[in-house]
Design a protein around this ligand. Structure first.
Ligand SMILES: *Cc1c(COP(=O)(O)O)cnc(C)c1O
Length: 363
């Protein structure tokens, strides 16, 4: 079998052992005679898969008892509408939402929110081309905001929060699509955390929402019932048919993570992998990463070559070395190495060795 190291930003690499287990079980899950894809979501087999998956996630993130874990559809982009539809109803209308704009994904979230509320951009790093996270003491928050929204890791810009902001009694909501389960977090500091699955969890199609119980039950009348967190929670994520196969794969990923030592063990490896990348990038003028050191993402490492006319060669020669999907997002150009949990240290070592060779050849 061809072995490559896959640096895709998403849908991203899954642990090899998970893909193998899924392949082994695909036609006959644990002697049920059924593929998970063919199971009734209300049957006892799938109910067991769903419960185990949720319990493992709860254990991995130490989710407190007063939080619901919802397994939904629509991705993080749908949550850009679903979050305000569920939360602005707590306030008299029109409510205000505070946002911190750290790049592409927070900008998208802000854009969508205009349909549902007044928008206040409390802080932005646009002045330096979204290369840092604004310090908490610079934020201009609205005292009675419905909530404060942040994106803890900007997948395209490669900018990651290095702290959890204190916003007092206002609920803190975070899009953690691209760094959930990569580092230890204190869920109790957030009112709502959400993430599309396809970066660090499983296949596209599953969206995880972790919501404190007092965030449920305030949906606007226009909110579709299938996206009303209270409805979803009351039906144990089965108000509508959930994305059963992605849930099953996510469950395999969670079980695998627990075997490997959980989030703390992952964080250690992620620090090692990202340090290797950034130390090398800083040691040469051939490549460059422009993100402020404290906010460099451990998950997504964007970089440019000093001479952009070498980009195509870089990608072609990387692929010949089995290092694939390194092309940067079209909005920023250059390269991006996404090194989520499923990327082994060996893959990053191989990438850095390749980059050194490439520099020698063309530098
Ligand atoms: C990938 C990503 C999204 C978009 O997710 P969809 O599944 O396409 O809705 C949103 N936010 C962040 C931080 C992402 O990384």
């Amino acid at each position: 079998m061809k072995r490559v190291f896959n640096f895709s930003p998403g849908p991203a690499a899954l642990p090899k052992e998970v893909i193998q287990q899924a392949a082994d079980e695909m036609t006959n899950w644990r002697d049920s005679g059924l593929s998970v894809m063919e199971m009734s979501h209300r049957g006892k087999e799938f109910t067991e898969i769903l419960e185990t998956t949720k319990n493992d996630l709860r254990a991995l993130l130490a989710v407190p008892d007063n939080y619901k874990i919802l397994l939904m559809q629509g991705g993080a982009i749908a949550e850009n509408a679903i979050v305000p539809m569920n939360l602005v109803g707590k306030k008299s209308q029109p409510a205000t939402i505070d946002f911190v704009n750290t790049g592409h994904w927070s900008a998208k979230t802000i854009h969508e929110a205009h349909k549902y509320a007044k928008v206040n951009v409390a802080a932005s790093s646009e002045d330096k081309n979204f290369t840092y996270v604004p310090a908490r003491d610079t934020w201009k928050l609205t005292p009675d905001a419905a909530y404060v929204h942040i994106c803890t890791n900007e997948t395209i810009g490669g900018v990651e929060f290095d702290y959890t902001p204190d916003v007092g009694n206002v609920p803190l909501v975070a899009d953690m699509s691209s760094n959930i389960l990569s580092r230890e977090i204190d869920i109790s500091k957030y009112a709502v955390v959400y993430a599309g699955a396809q970066k660090n969890i499983g296949p596209a199609g599953l969206t995880i929402v972790i919501a404190r119980e007092d965030m449920l039950g305030h949906a606007l009348p226009i909110c579709p019932s299938a996206f009303d967190w209270k409805e979803v929670a009351d039906h144990d994520s089965m108000f509508n048919t959930p994305p059963t196969y992605p849930i099953y794969i996510a469950g395999l990923v969670f079980a695998n993570l627990r075997r490997l030592g959980g989030v703390a063990a992952m964080e250690k490896i992620n620090i090692e992998k990202s340090t290797l990348m950034y130390n090398y990038l800083d040691s040469t003028d051939f490549y460059k990463n422009s993100v402020s050191i404290a906010n460099r993402s451990r998950m997504n490492v964007p970089f440019v070559l000093h001479d952009a006319s070498l980009d195509a060669k870089f990608l072609a020669e990387a692929a010949q070395n089995d290092l694939v999907q390194l092309k940067g997002h079209s909005s920023v150009g250059g390269m991006r190495a996404s090194i989520y949990n499923a990327m082994p240290l060996e893959g990053v070592q191989k990438l850095v060795a390749f980059m050194k060779d490439f520099e020698k050849k063309y530098g």
